[in-house]
Design a protein around this ligand. Structure first.
Ligand code: HEC
Length: 334
């Protein structure tokens, strides 16, 4: 009863502000986020690890085509350290104790012609009780999307940014920390997300997979940014309740964007509701314009239970559109 009264008050407040969408009218997409272990891009694209790699490369098949129903099983297996993939080897021998294999998330989207609203809701799984890797943030929710210019983002969403030589991954190199560009890249703790578009090549199956040190020239990276070859990144962190507007190209940049207006994140009991409010227009560095008539590739991740780095739960790749029934996340105008 009390909850109902609060909800009614919330709806009235929103109505008074004249802005927030009426979420009860918006369809819900149910999306699992799951624990991916160390299955980076080079892992999913190589046959000896992942038998379906050819289907992704040649037939351009998206992860969701094969894993729409078994993503939760995959998460359970990886988190338990069970053998997975073609090689039947464990993908992760360092999964946090008691970590949930997956979390079901409800996703909704709406827009008003000026701004898009993305709403995520889920119940936090029981804490694993392992050490708090990020003591300041109980939870972080990160969304990445792009405009059909980033290779593999059409099939794998966030997988386009995740490589075997990033920090915490099997082929990580300490050399990144003393690289001349370590400071501008934000590599003090090691290599962060990057796109193939920023590198001269990616090693797919050698001893050191990935291409962290195969950086293209500054001019080429600048050009890629201008051409829209980047993943726009928005994040909410629960510690300070901050809204971060960045992007991923040569590295993960946690700033530069100007399109994100605000993020409202609330935890009631164990239930999280997070609403991103973002201008449709690109405002700053690493911002994409979200225009009608197009489909954007989108993925998101939750760092639950004070997790940090790779110890998150991630979604496969989905599509976002405005008033577009073909989109997995269809933002309907209100
Ligand atoms: C054409 C179907 C297909 C596509 C597309 C596909 N996979 Fe798979 N995936 C499989 C199959 C089949 C397995 C079972 C093990 C094997 O044969 O490698 C698997 C296994 C996995 C595993 C290990 C879990 C397990 O139970 O073995 C992960 C992780 C995974 N896939 C991630 C992905 C990601 C991420 C993508 C998209 C970038 C993707 N897959 C695209 C078919 C597919």
């Amino acid at each position: 009863m009390k909850k109902l009264a609060l909800m009614v008050a919330g709806v009235l407040a929103a109505g008074a502000a004249g802005a927030a969408p009426n979420w009860s009218k918006v369809p819900v997409a149910n999306v699992p986020v799951f624990y991916p272990g160390q299955a980076g891009l080079e892992w999913v694209l190589v046959k000896k690890d992942h038998s379906a790699s050819n289907q992704i490369l040649d037939k351009k098949r998206a992860c969701t085509k094969c894993h729409d129903t078994d993503a939760t099983e995959i998460g359970d297996k990886i988190v338990a350290g069970k053998p997975v993939g073609n090689m039947r080897q464990p993908l992760d021998s360092a999964a946090p104790k008691g970590k949930a294999g997956s979390i079901p998330v409800s996703v909704q989207a709406a827009h008003d012609g000026n701004k898009i609203y993305l709403r995520f809701e889920w119940d936090t799984p029981k804490s694993g009780g392992d050490k708090k890797m990020d003591p300041k943030n109980d939870m972080k929710l990160t969304v990445m999307f792009e405009d059909n210019k980033v290779e593999y983002a059409d099939r794998g969403g966030c997988w386009a940014t995740c490589h075997e030589d990033m920090r915490g991954m099997p082929d990580a190199s300490d050399a990144s920390k003393t690289h001349p560009k370590a400071k501008v890249m934000g590599w003090s703790d090691g290599v962060t997300k990057y796109l193939k578009e920023s590198r001269t090549g990616l090693e797919m199956s050698g001893k050191a997979r990935g291409g962290w040190d195969k950086l293209k020239s500054d001019a080429e990276i600048e050009a890629a940014l201008k051409e829209g070859k980047f993943m726009d990144l928005i994040q909410f962190n629960s510690g300070k309740g901050e809204a971060v507007d960045g992007y991923v190209l040569d590295a993960r940049h946690m700033g530069g964007g100007k399109s994100l207006v605000k993020v409202d994140g609330k935890k009631s009991g164990n239930h999280w509701t997070v609403v991103f409010e973002r201008k449709l227009a690109a405002g700053g560095k690493g911002d994409h314009t979200i225009a009608p008539g197009k489909l954007y590739n989108i993925g998101f991740a939750i760092h639950d239970d004070n997790a940090d780095g790779r110890y998150h739960q991630v979604s496969l790749g989905y599509t976002l559109g405005l008033d577009n029934a073909k989109a997995d996340f269809n933002a309907v105008k209100q």
